[in-house]
Unconditional design. Structure first.
Length: 402
């Protein structure tokens, strides 16, 4: 059994909180419902974090925050709470945290006569066009709750994938940092200790000469490494923001072995999930195609998706123009064609997204599993070459003296 803290809405509409003991979050939520309240936030007691209110207020919204906001709003609307009342409850729950301020801002816009979609559109820094489009379609069709439920599901799947990648990257990154530090210590502190022994040797091996030169440069100019790396990073980021550079980088990623195929799968999953959810909520397919193309991160694939709008408007379907670009996997195109023929395109798009989400996650896990030994072996070989070049030169000088 574990202890959970909860916030819930009582029958009278007031916000209540407390602690409850249960086997899991689902059991805790069920127990709160049995008490006649609607749970909006349930957290394992040991997961609570101590933080200064001012620091918590300054924290920027993350994808996990947006997912929590969407799920809580959907739960309250599903319980029959009016939209403005639900936003006011969220403001009271989160207080001066970013989500609380966001709920207050949206509620102010609603009271000023704006729809929820218009209020969200005013915060384009938080809500993407696909999010706003699904909410607008849900409002128009009187199904805002189901639209928010689909959005929360999409965000949860995206966050799950991101968390798995971050967790898998942690160990290889630690190995890379430690190996890099070992290499720096070797070049800056260890190799210079052997330099006096080798200065009188005339015919040093080429590898030894190169190691001594790199070590000397590291000692003399190593302090410039960090400022130079920061400057190059800033220049690279500024250049990458231009449309031309982004297109070139996008084409380069697609042409790179392994990375290109992984990018296609990832972008196909994102595109299909967004378009399928939009169509499920009643968004017209041409409008949904434009919104879904805007969520694609690779400019080349995004342009290919937008170019499908013309043939689609002429009645040629979606699968054929997408396939003409060569950027979408063949299996995805075949499944999309089957969905068009059967009249179940929205559902088929969501199934394609599920398939490629799983394939992408498995491919990322395999690549990261190979990354750690590859980094370890590569840096180990490099360190061995440095040490071997110094030792061979020293042994060679002794042999020559003998």
């Amino acid at each position: 059994m574990a202890r959970f803290t909860y916030k819930a809405i009582a029958a009278g509409g007031e916000v209540i909180d407390g602690e409850i003991t249960a086997e899991s979050r689902d059991d805790a939520a069920r127990a709160v419902r049995n008490r006649g309240a609607v749970p909006v936030a349930i957290t394992r007691a040991r997961e609570r974090r101590l933080a200064l209110p001012a620091l918590r207020a300054r924290r920027r919204l993350r994808r996990a925050d947006l997912m929590l906001f969407t799920r809580q709003l959907e739960m309250m609307l599903g319980a029959g709470t009016a939209l403005d009342r639900a936003l006011e409850i969220l403001r009271r729950i989160h207080g001066q945290a970013p989500l609380g301020r966001l709920a207050a801002e949206l509620n102010d816009r609603l009271r000023g006569g704006a729809s929820l979609a218009e209020a969200l559109e005013a915060r384009a820094d938080v809500f993407r066009p696909d999010y706003v489009g699904m909410v607008r379609a849900g409002e128009a069709g009187g199904a805002l709750g189901p639209a928010l439920a689909r959005l929360a599901d999409m965000l949860e799947k995206s966050e799950t994938l991101a968390q798995s990648v971050r967790s898998a990257l942690a160990y290889p990154l630690l190995v890379l940092i430690l190996a890099g530090l070992s290499l720096v210590i070797l070049l800056v502190y260890v190799v210079p200790e052997f330099r006096p022994m080798l200065e009188g040797v005339d015919d040093l091996p080429l590898l030894t000469t190169a190691v001594l030169a790199v070590s000397g440069a590291a000692v003399a100019w190593g302090w410039l490494a960090l400022p130079l790396a920061l400057a190059l990073g800033l220049v690279g980021v500024s250049a990458a923001r231009s449309p031309g550079a982004r297109r070139r980088l996008g084409r380069l990623r697609l042409a790179t072995p392994l990375l290109g195929e992984l990018t296609r799968r990832l972008e196909t999953a994102r595109f299909c999930r967004t378009l399928g959810a939009l169509l499920q909520n009643g968004v017209p397919i041409l409008q949904g195609l434009e919104v879904a193309a805007g969520t694609i991160g690779n400019p080349a694939i995004a342009e290919a998706a937008r170019q499908a709008a013309g043939p689609l408007a002429r009645g040629e379907g979606l699968a054929r123009p997408l396939g003409a670009s060569g950027h979408f996997p063949e299996m995805a195109l075949q499944l999309i064609a089957v969905g068009e023929e059967s009249g179940r395109l929205p559902r088929m798009l969501e199934q394609v997204a599920d398939v490629y989400d799983r394939e992408t996650q498995a491919a990322i896990q395999r690549m990261l599993a190979l990354l750690t030994p590859a980094v370890t072996i590569g840096l180990g070989v490099l360190i061995a070459l440095i040490i071997g070049s110094i030792l061979s030169a020293i042994l060679g000088s002794y042999d020559f003296a003998a």
